[in-house]
Design a protein around this ligand. Structure first.
Ligand SMILES: NC(=O)C1=CN([C@@H]2O[C@H](COP(=O)(O)OP(=O)(O)OC[C@H]3O[C@@H](n4cnc5c(N)ncnc54)[C@H](OP(=O)(O)O)[C@@H]3O)[C@@H](O)[C@H]2O)C=CC1
Ligand SMILES: O=C(O)CCC(=O)C(=O)O
Length: 423
């Protein structure tokens, strides 16, 4: 039956339109499971909440918040919470769906979920930020929980925000529920290695992809868009492996140095002021970033950044998708036809949720692992998952993105089929 919901026919370059197009591309590889494909195209549950708070000046402000549970076939929902002025329901739907695919790609016992609040946290005081976080947590409290749906950090959220979420949920339920969120501070049940885990996963998949391409990381030129948690850590680890970070871009501008930027100075500078104004490189136009001669490009900001036009200009041989949904479908085709290898978000940035899973397991057992053990387990899971995806890509002659969807969707839909339909 034709649906009258507007999100069913979105623009193909929007996040949800991009995701639906990615699903369409994998259907020929799903065999009999393809009859369950609508499951992938419909979020299981979407909650819109009003988040009212009293601002420091006495005004009452209302913010719109969301929590979408895309699929719960393989386990509880899992996925971050984003605070950003452009967050929409449709965007959160796409982000939650990519979580479903990502968790299955690395074989974690989770479904996919995501949340967000349409708010610019840069305009809030710390007290206002805490109020927004706590009210949002109470409002979505009806659908989250250690066995239901476990939020984590995403854009503009961090360990402090997770601590407030954990505390609010714990107060509301009369329990100490460390397992309700991951990415918490260490002494509140957080895991060693979680802060760097997403960037580390980008590095691990990048290292493996470079090895298969015969690309030496020593001296490889890297450009990074988005220099927050994911971008800066991926850059740091690649630089430790000998790569040269020649360009970084954030909201404040783009900095370029063909000899390599000094990250020990750039990272603290960027945390305070953004990358613009950094003296160890030349300021270039934001659009010029896409023409730079590089070996590796890491989009680590928001969705839809690699458009068809930019895909024609990208010089890198390898794109590591730190961000979720950075490449629109037409750009994917252009990059493939130009021989640019894309390691897709749904495997490339899965390091974060993998260590979130370790955190959740540690919280349940109240037994905590050391950082070496965490990093080794993370490396092993990422490499094994990537190898399987690579084999699938070779077998069917499909992109790594479609291969990741093939591996993941087979797991998701098998679980769906095995659970059956009737209450
Ligand atoms: N944190 C995690 O564990 C995970 C994150 N991801 C994904 O990685 C991406 C980045 O997340 P994360 O690093 O956590 O977020 P952060 O908030 O730490 O950093 C986001 C970075 O992106 C920059 N940015 C935002 N918009 C633009 C733009 N239009 N052009 C250039 N730069 C921009 C920000 O710049 P500024 O500060 O100037 O606004 C900031 O440097 C997102 O897509 C997220 O979903 C994926 C998996 C896990
Ligand atoms: O750590 C998590 O649970 C989820 C991280 C996330 O939001 C993502 O992978 O996009």
């Amino acid at each position: 039956m034709k649906s009258n919901l507007s999100y069913v026919h979105p623009n193909v370059t929007s996040p949800w339109g991009t995701y639906l197009s990615q699903v369409d591309r994998v259907l020929p590889y799903l065999g009999h499971l393809a009859r369950w494909s609508e499951t992938l195209k419909r979020p299981k549950r979407a909650l819109i909440v009003d988040v009212p708070i009293e601002m420091d000046d006495g005004r009452i402000a209302h913010f719109e918040g969301y929590r979408v549970q895309h699929n719960l076939s393989r386990g509880p929902g899992k996925g971050g919470v984003r605070f950003h002025p452009d967050v929409t329901l449709e965007e959160v739907m796409a982000l939650s769906a990519w979580m479903t695919v990502k968790c299955a790609a690395v074989n974690l016992p989770y479904g996919g979920a995501k949340g967000g609040i349409r708010v610019d946290p840069k305009l809030l005081s710390q007290k206002e930020l805490e109020k927004v976080t706590r009210r949002y947590t109470s409002e979505i409290g009806v659908i989250i929980g250690p066995q239901q749906d476990i939020p984590a950090p995403d854009v503009n959220t961090n360990a402090q925000v997770m601590a407030w979420m954990m505390d609010t949920y714990s107060m509301n339920t009369g329990t100490t529920s460390t397992g309700v969120v991951t990415g918490k501070p260490i002494h509140l049940g957080g895991s060693l290695g979680r802060v760097k885990a997403t960037g580390r996963g980008v590095f691990v998949t990048g290292r493996e992809a470079a090895r298969r391409l015969g690309m030496d990381l020593q001296g490889a030129r890297v450009a990074v868009q988005g220099f927050g948690n994911v971008g800066s850590i991926a850059a740091e680890l690649l630089a430790e492996a000998g790569a040269r970070i020649v360009a970084v871009q954030d909201h404040t501008g783009t900095i370029y140095n063909p000899q390599g930027l000094d990250l020990a100075q750039l990272i603290p500078h960027a945390r305070q002021n953004g990358v613009a104004g950094f003296r160890g490189g030349e300021r270039i136009g934001d659009e010029d970033f896409w023409d730079l001669k590089t070996d590796i490009l890491i989009p680590a900001a928001l969705e839809g950044q690699i458009t068809a036009a930019r895909a024609q200009r990208i010089q890198a041989r390898l794109v590591l998708e730190g961000a979720n949904g950075p490449t629109v479908p037409e750009a994917d085709d252009i990059l493939a036809s130009r021989g640019v290898l894309v390691v897709p978000d749904v495997i490339c940035n899965a390091g974060g949720v993998t260590v979130s899973y370790f955190e959740w397991v540690q919280d349940f057992s109240s037994f905590f692992w050391d950082e070496d053990e965490i990093n080794q387990r993370l490396d092993r899971i990422m490499v094994n998952a990537l190898n399987q995806i690579w084999d699938t890509s070779d077998k069917h002659r499909i992109t790594l993105r479609t291969a990741t969807f093939a591996v993941a969707c087979e797991r998701i839909l098998t679980a769906r089929e095995e659970r059956g339909l009737y209450p």
